[in-house]
Design a protein around this ligand. Structure first.
Ligand code: NHF
Length: 468
């Protein structure tokens, strides 16, 4: 089975969110399951190759905006696996991302497939999010034989651009199913085109795959997605067990596995309390939050309200995240008033993130919606119990009162009630909490499980592949 992954983030080279982690880990697992998977992404200036050698394998030209553009394909390899990664270089349209970058990138991928520039022909082109949304359209309308799978990582980011962008690709835009209201706005929606033209579509969790069919979660596309319903499914992401391992993580002060979890977490908690300038005590629950500051999604408003309302003497909160400036200011302000009980760290730092995963008692994930969410799985691997809203992948990965805590209604009161309940159990029933910690750590979030599900989808597209 040959699969080309078209994606715009790839950890550790270039990453904005969870997509970069998925693009790094899923190919590795597929590769281990004998899929010949290769990754193709734009070579932005921001892409950091560090010491990795790149090899030029081809130069070709595409016509964009009526002009010939030269594109260079370089090849690199993942450090630890022999997976080819192709990066596409063009100074004008790719170096610095603009509203044309994804159209240009998608056109390049299409040209590469059409002309076999890689001297390797995939059977499935696996497109991720709106950035690769035009690829299925280009393939279908030009009658290429490749099958396409589109993975929706976040429906809220749709990639809406002026219709001129489409014209610049040379594609006759009457061929795009630009929906009436879109045509009026003379706009193209990349994700929508991907959903309509891909042979199969999946969301990054089974619950999210159902949620996006509803008005509440459909981000304006629910009606169209319902029409395409028969080709939509959900596969829960995994996490990278090699790099997310409390027994090996170099960023934490005390390593521990399941056998030393309770003791190890205690030591890491003391370390974190000291580092944050909090009172060192095991009587006060230490509660973390790690995430992008994106108010539409991450539940910052209900978390902020809840923290302002509770008696802060009884809790310690550590919040790590950056993004929307107003929310950064709000939490900065809160932390500056309650230094002993609230700490806000606005610069994302992997080391501190690990120290929170290892040292906190609980992790808040109050998202309004969460396609999959990786932080709750990482936290669980480190024995930190998530307190999360029952939505998307949070609902699929957390079992209420078994390995975490879930609440349904999006409200600061529900969050507060659930958090207080969790803390009450934590204070009065250590046996139960310790059991939950072990349950969380033992839960299987390996990528192999998800990779097998992806192989089933590829099989649906191109027939049976034996990966045994
Ligand atoms: O886990 C990777 C990530 C998801 O919920 C996350 C999100 C973006 O919003 O699939 O993509």
């Amino acid at each position: 089975m040959k699969v080309l992954f078209a994606v715009w983030e790839l950890a550790p080279f270039f990453q904005v969110g969870g997509l970069g982690d998925v693009a790094k880990s899923l190919p590795k697992s597929l590769h281990r399951l004998r899929v010949d998977v290769r990754v193709i992404l734009p070579f932005y200036k921001a892409l950091k190759l560090h010491k990795l050698q790149k090899k030029e394998i081809k130069k070709f030209t595409v016509i964009y905006d009526g002009k010939k553009e030269e594109v260079v394909i370089y090849q690199i390899h993942f450090l630890d696996e022999n997976i080819p990664v192709y990066i596409l270089k063009n100074e004008k349209w790719i170096d610095i991302p603009s509203r044309d970058t994804f159209a240009f990138y998608d056109l390049c991928v299409y040209e590469i497939l059409k002309n076999n520039h890689l001297s390797w022909t995939p059977e499935v082109v696996h497109c991720h999010d709106h950035h690769a949304g035009l690829i299925p359209l280009l393939i279908k309308h030009n009658n290429l034989k490749f099958k396409t799978l589109l993975t929706i990582h976040n429906l809220n980011h749709q990639g809406k651009y002026s219709i001129d962008v489409i014209k610049r690709t040379g594609l006759d835009h009457s061929k795009c199913r630009v929906i009436q209201w879109e045509a009026k706005k003379k706009q193209i929606n990349f994700l929508l085109e991907g959903i309509i033209h891909a042979d199969l579509v999946n969301a990054v969790s089974p619950t999210y795959a159902k949620e996006i069919l509803t008005e509440e979660y459909g981000c304006g596309l629910d009606e169209i997605i319902r029409n395409e319903g028969q080709k939509i499914s959900g596969i829960l992401n995994g996490i990278d067990y090699d790099s997310r391992d409390p027994a090996k993580d170099k960023n934490i002060s005390f390593n521990y596995g399941v056998d030393k979890a309770i003791e190890g977490k205690k030591l890491n908690k003391t370390f974190l309390q000291e580092k944050l300038g909090f009172t060192i005590s095991d009587e006060i629950p230490l509660i973390g939050f790690i995430g992008r500051f994106e108010s539409k999604q991450k539940g910052l408003d209900i978390m902020h309200k809840m923290i302002r309302r509770v008696n802060l003497q009884k809790f310690q909160f550590v919040i790590l995240g950056q993004g929307e400036v107003e929310w950064e200011d709000q939490f900065l302000w809160l932390a500056s008033f309650y230094k002993k009980n609230v700490s806000y760290i606005s610069v994302f730092d992997k080391r501190i993130a690990s120290q929170i995963y290892a040292g906190a008692d609980f992790l808040l994930v109050p998202s309004k919606f969460e396609p999959c969410g990786l932080i709750q799985m990482i936290a669980m691997r480190y024995g930190t119990l998530p307190i999360a809203r029952a939505t998307g992948g949070l609902k699929n990965s957390i079992d209420d009162k078994i390995n975490g805590f879930l609440f349904k209604k999006y409200s600061s009161f529900e969050l507060e009630k659930t958090m207080k309940k969790a803390v009450e159990i934590w204070k009065n029933d250590k046996k139960k909490i310790n059991e939950m910690i072990l349950n969380a750590m033992k839960k299987d979030f390996t990528w192999d499980k998800s990779a097998r599900e992806y192989i089933k989808l590829y099989n649906k597209l191109v027939g049976n592949f034996d990966n045994k």
